[in-house]
Write a protein that binds this ligand. Structure first.
Ligand code: TEU
Ligand code: CA
Length: 541
């Protein structure tokens, strides 16, 4: 069956925080198994698991020390096999994170590589001559500080775009690539249904003497020469009936159409990293709706002829959309859902998003877990800020907001033990149990929305056209194919918005059917007063 992923809806699981089955405070594979019926009820078609491989957890599993072993915290390979079987029995597929830009510094390849310049694994990584005072260049890593770490025993430094415990692999080395490709095939033969390719646009780097002009990340963002490696990866992917989604920051919407072209593309779809547009002073910033809408509209347009989008509003690297673009209400959770889930592409839902989970009210630095955020906090303190100020500046946009454990019941229901990270304080109001019982809950709205998306092919393959493009608070668009035309109208603000719909949308000769709304008593007319975070989906007959 070709392209099964085109009309599929994905669900991202952050295994550490989903469900703990053995009460050690850490989510695990058996916990996920126990929640398959929940995912089935929600109506999703595939799961993306964040990394569950053997890892020292400097970056919560994104620092892998053995690609073919499971971190015992999560369970065993046998547990994963069982999970895949159970998911498949429920018509749910499962894709894994593929982290091949870097490994852990504890990976046997790196331990060898470090030993000497002559070691056969030396060139599996990127080494250059350096001294403690002088690194090969002044490039900065994504996680702060130099991209280089000095090694006194060989008088060279190794390169890393993330933490120093995550050395970058040397993609120029065919022996390294061969080992990586073997590992990829091993997983595909294991029976998984695809991969999310982590940080894939960074695998190629500029020469070390490349001069940065404006963009500090330019030396390792979609650098020319990456095509060779992507083409080799594609060759493997194309020999399996799987899906691939690349996290490809720096790949423009124009090139993304080539990357995801159904004939010649490397991968099936791309996560863009541009739509989290912020406004306001650092530490006070919120999401900018005009930016959000503009970026997503551009991606819709540029990928329309050939490419394919991966759609998301929440993930494990960003704060909760219901806090950043919404006002933490059921209405904002459901309006945001309506706005993105009916776009052209494959939607992903991040665990808890379907409940409208919110940011965590951080009161102390001890509540944070991400290495990167702890680093930022200390940087602020060193600049002379008070603890309170430093905490506020760090926590407005920390990844940790989305990593708090899932809310199953009024008391949380994630674990009977102390969880690895605190649960949010609103488990009594936002949880699976009460939302399943309440027909008007975000959970039940997501169910309807997913069903609606799958009920009409226009939502999968129809074209996208924005309306009221300049409106600062309303996102309105048309999806259209030969058979159907639907209008998606969302007020993404907490104020009422009075709008005049385009004539075309309200032509008296046509009849209109409201397919879905998140408020009672919705009317459809030329002049409309949209209530706070109101969403309406209408079909023209
Ligand atoms: O994130 C990747 C990431 O943050 C960068 O690739 C991004 O492109 C950059 O910040 C530019 O805006 C992924 C994972 O999602 C994250 O959790 C990991 O920490 C990271 O890779 C390292 O593996
Ligand atoms: Ca556990």
């Amino acid at each position: 069956m070709a392209n099964w992923w085109k009309n599929a809806v994905g669900y991202q699981i952050y295994p550490r925080s989903f469900m703990d089955s053995n009460d050690d405070g850490i989510g695990d594979l058996k916990g996920i198994q126990a929640k398959i019926p929940y995912l089935k009820e929600l109506g999703i078609d595939f799961i993306w698991l964040n990394p569950i491989y053997q890892s020292p957890n400097v970056d919560n599993g994104y620092d892998i020390s053995d690609y073919q072993a499971i971190n015992p915290e999560f369970g065993t390979l046998e547990d994963l096999k069982e999970l895949i079987q159970l998911a498949h029995d429920n018509q749910i597929k499962l894709i894994m994170d593929l982290v091949i830009n870097h490994t852990s510094d504890q990976h046997p390849w790196f331990l060898e590589s470090k030993k000497s310049k002559e070691n056969p694994y030396r060139d599996y990584y990127l080494w250059a001559d350096a001294s403690p005072e002088k690194m090969p260049n002044n490039w900065q890593s994504f996680f702060g500080g130099s991209t280089w770490t000095y090694d006194s025993s060989t008088k060279q430094a190794y390169f890393h775009v993330f933490a120093k415990e995550q050395p970058d692999l040397n993609w120029k080395n065919p022996a390294m690539r061969k080992d990586i490709y073997q590992m990829i095939r091993w997983w595909l033969d294991f029976g998984i249904d695809g991969f999310r390719l982590d940080a894939i646009s960074h695998i190629q780097k500029q020469p070390w003497d490349f001069k940065i002009t404006d963009n500090p990340w330019a030396p390792f963002m979609n650098v020319a020469g990456i095509e060779t490696y992507m083409a080799e990866l594609k060759e493997i992917f194309r020999s399996y009936n799987i899906m691939t989604v690349g996290e490809a920051s720096g790949v423009s919407s124009k090139s993304a159409a080539l990357w995801t072209d159904p004939e010649d593309g490397y991968i099936d779809m791309i996560f863009e990293l541009e739509h989290q547009v912020r406004t306001g002073e650092p530490g006070y910033e919120i999401g900018s709706l005009p930016g959000f809408k503009k970026v997503l509209s551009r991606w819709q347009k540029d990928l329309q002829p050939n490419g394919w989008n991966a759609l998301y509003i929440d993930n494990h690297d960003n704060p909760r959309s219901n806090s950043i673009f919404g006002n933490e209400t059921n209405e904002s959770a459901t309006a945001l859902a309506t706005a993105y889930l009916l776009l052209r592409g494959t939607p992903f839902i991040y665990q808890g998003q379907e409940l409208g989970m919110t940011n965590f009210p951080f009161e102390s630095i001890d509540e944070l877990r991400t290495t990167e955020s702890l680093q930022t906090y200390h940087d602020w303190l060193n600049k002379g800020l008070s603890q309170n100020e430093a905490l506020r500046l760090t926590t407005r946009w920390t990844r940790d907001h989305s990593r708090t454990p899932m809310h199953w019941t009024e008391l949380g229901g994630f674990s009977t033990n102390q969880p690895w990270m605190k649960l949010n304080t609103n488990t009594d109001k936002i949880n699976v149990a009460i939302q399943q019982a309440n027909p008007a809950s975000p959970f039940n709205y997501y169910k309807k929305l997913i069903t609606l998306r799958k009920s009409l092919p226009v939502f999968t393959s129809g074209s996208y056209q924005i309306a009221l493009a300049k409106h600062p608070s309303v996102w309105a668009y048309t999806r259209k194919d030969e058979t159907n035309e639907v209008f998606v109208l969302t007020n993404l603000s907490e104020k009422e918005q009075t709008i005049t719909l385009p004539n075309y949308w309200t032509n008296p000769n046509d009849s209109f059917e409201v397919l879905l709304t998140n408020y009672p008593n919705t009317t459809w007319q030329k002049k409309l007063i949209l209530r706070p975070y109101e969403a309406i989906v209408v079909k023209k007959h």
